[in-house]
Design a protein around this ligand. Structure first.
Ligand SMILES: Cc1cc2nc3c(=O)[nH]c(=O)nc-3n(C[C@H](O)[C@H](O)[C@H](O)COP(=O)(O)OP(=O)(O)OC[C@H]3O[C@@H](n4cnc5c(N)ncnc54)[C@H](O)[C@@H]3O)c2cc1C
Length: 598
């Protein structure tokens, strides 16, 4: 595998076949003073306005959520991604991720914020005409108007392009009359502006429209009674011959599904960042409770079983955070290089994100599942109090669950990320088949010394990672060879390959972050990060082994299966560490700091 140099632009999905240098990844420790100040201002807003008022928010006190959005707007938080020319702060992609991350600890507000600033505002920012942008963006950036996004319908969820909502041109050609039923619409209860997807005649693809509430013909069902994020408004919305001026079409006829997909790409990585705050908050609550709660005469944080949980939570957060901001910066760099080459800014932003759509899907799945893991273990650490609505874990547990469902379910994202990787390989955009064939040859040769270079800190781990990529190439390459286009029908195998890819991306990101951090701070100051990078790799190897096996036995037979299983064994060979000691060390650090401290 060749080593990526700084001069080579990284392509989305290429992490599978390339080695990346630590110096070429962005790590959260590199955020600037300005970015940190923005994050702190956001945290102060949450501490002052949201944390003491969670019960008011979650009981849906009338007007409470819109008032919170107004306050966020006054602080500039609704216009982070909106250019200054339209009343926003025009901040970078990774800054918007950082703010979403901090807001992730704010429960239902995080959904309302994401629906307004993400899927509600971005379609206009990226696809609107100059007039549309001037008309709507300043109102959305300030919070004067609240936005929502109406794609899902009762019979069109994951299959979003199958919606039945119709847009019919009026006889005078001035309006489209929109009629249809939308479902699960976040912010619907107080929105002034609706991004609506509807079909014109029998078009193959949907068309998007900007619909103002004042256009009329909009009714709603009562608020949904939900498991979690109870403070966020979620309603069914009915459009009954809603008249929408033709100039309110977004982009062109039939381009709506593309808009939906591209906006979802952004939504996915933002959701990835957006759950990190919740993950960290969960560890902080858990470690504080574990330090306070005494059983058998000691704090429960002194028990190995509790330390194991705390350390694993922190380690998984460390990896997902590393991967999220690595991908975020890759996107930002790509956007900048497209702008530098003369592409208009909005188009550059879309293309930049599209290039890393694989990583966006990876981050959506990984981060949402890390959050679920953390809240589940958080409840367990709290014991009976974890089950009580008096303590924070019960709400955190319920609020977390939605993240695996919206912005494309995790199943859909897994299918997509493998599908996109294979498509890019077939189109020649990333050379997957060359390395896959090389791995095939290696299978029948005498093992080389790859992965056995133990000189240098983390060198052994990087060797292991290199081999893990080979395991993926072996399994994915053979599956593509055997099934061709029919691989789409083998979802169980796609799921396994997706999990292997996700684990490699997360493990590599944690290793690269740690390596870079060591170069910045020295080894002594990075002991816990080293422990976590090692621990994550250990867990990733296990998972890749299990998922690889599951895939291989699902399609390979006879001698071929034997050779592949031997290959899997070779490529996942790993001299494991004393993980108990690694975990204890990480947990002891958390216990001492009494907070998520990385
Ligand atoms: C609280 C909340 C807020 C929401 N906010 C919004 C919003 O603001 N705007 C909006 O437009 N939508 C919103 N949604 C809708 C959300 O995006 C959808 O619920 C989601 O996309 C899944 O669609 P569905 O519920 O119809 O499930 P389905 O598509 O029916 O899926 C059910 C199950 O089948 C699986 N499945 C479906 N298709 C496949 C397939 N091809 N292969 C394998 N498995 C498959 C899914 O993974 C899932 O496990 C929201 C939903 C909720 C619950």
């Amino acid at each position: 595998m060749e080593t990526l140099t700084k001069t080579q632009a990284i392509q989305g999905g290429e992490f599978l076949i390339r080695e990346t240098e630590a110096r070429d990844v962005f790590i959260p420790e590199e955020f600037s003073e300005e970015q940190r100040m923005m994050a702190q201002a956001t945290q102060d807003f949450i501490d002052k306005e949201i944390t003491p008022n969670i019960a008011r928010m979650d009981s849906m006190e009338p007007g409470f959520m819109p008032a919170l959005l107004d306050k966020a707007g006054a602080l500039g938080l609704l216009g982070i991604s909106v250019p200054e020319a339209y009343g926003g702060l025009g901040m970078s992609f990774n800054t918007s991720m950082l703010i979403a991350d901090v807001i992730g600890s704010a429960g239902s507000f995080s959904t309302a914020y994401g629906a307004h600033t993400g899927i509600g505002t971005l379609p206009i920012l990226y696809y609107g005409t100059e007039e549309q942008q001037q008309q709507y963006l300043p109102k959305l950036a300030s919070g004067e108007w609240k936005a929502c996004y109406c794609l899902t319908e009762p019979d069109a969820g994951s299959d979003a392009n199958s919606g039945k909502t119709k847009a019919v041109l009026s006889e005078d050609g001035q309006y489209y009359k929109i009629t249809g039923q939308k479902m699960w619409i976040s912010n619907a209860g107080f929105a002034d502006l609706f991004i609506v997807f509807a079909r014109i005649e029998n078009d193959k693809n949907l068309t998007a429209f900007i619909v103002e509430k004042s256009f009329g013909g909009i009714t709603m069902n009562e608020e949904e009674k939900k498991m979690g994020i109870k403070g966020s408004s979620t309603r069914q919305v009915f459009f009954n011959d809603t008249p929408v001026p033709v100039e309110n079409m977004l982009s062109s006829r039939g381009n709506g599904f593309k808009i939906a997909v591209n906006i979802l790409n952004i939504g996915r990585i933002k959701l990835g960042a957006g759950v990190i705050g919740g993950c960290k908050e969960t560890v902080t609550h858990s470690v504080r409770y574990a330090n306070e709660r005494r059983q058998f005469g000691v704090a429960i944080s002194s028990f190995g079983a509790i330390k194991q949980k705390l350390a694993t939570m922190a380690t998984r957060i460390y990896a997902t955070e590393s991967a999220c901001y690595r991908a975020g910066q890759d996107i930002e760099d790509r956007i900048q290089s497209l702008i530098d080459s003369g592409m208009p800014e909005a188009e550059a932003k879309l293309k930049g994100v599209e290039q890393f759509a694989i990583e966006c899907a990876i981050m959506k799945v990984h981060a949402s599942e890390v959050l679920d893991y953390c809240v589940d273990e958080g409840v367990q650490i709290y014991g009976g109090m974890g089950f009580s609505a008096e303590a924070p874990m019960e709400r955190a547990y319920r609020d977390a669950r939605i993240s695996r469902i919206y912005e494309g379910t995790n199943e859909i994202n897994r299918i997509l990320l493998v599908g996109m990787t294979i498509k890019r390989a077939v189109k020649g955009e990333i050379d997957l088949m060359g390395p896959a064939m090389a791995v095939g040859k290696e299978l029948t040769s005498i093992p080389d010394l790859n992965g056995k270079d133990t000189t240098g800190l983390l060198a052994k781990e990087k060797g292991v990672l290199k081999n893990l990529k080979k395991a993926i190439l072996m399994v994915a390459g053979k599956a593509v060879q055997d099934f061709g286009a029919q691989l789409n029908d083998e979802q169980e195998i796609l799921m396994s390959i997706a999990d292997m890819m996700i684990e490699v991306y997360a493990a590599e990101s944690a290793l690269l972050r740690t390596e870079k951090l060591i170069s910045m701070r020295g080894e002594t100051d990075c002991q816990q990060q080293i422990n976590m990078a090692k621990l994550y790799l250990y867990m990733a190897v296990d998972k890749i082994q299990a998922k690889g096996k599951e895939a291989i036995v699902s399609f390979a037979k006879g001698d071929e299966q034997k050779v592949m299983m031997m290959g899997l064994k070779r490529f996942t060979k790993f001299d494991a560490y004393n993980v108990k000691e690694l975990r204890r060390s990480v947990a002891d650090y958390l216990i001492e700091k009494n907070v998520y401290a990385f």
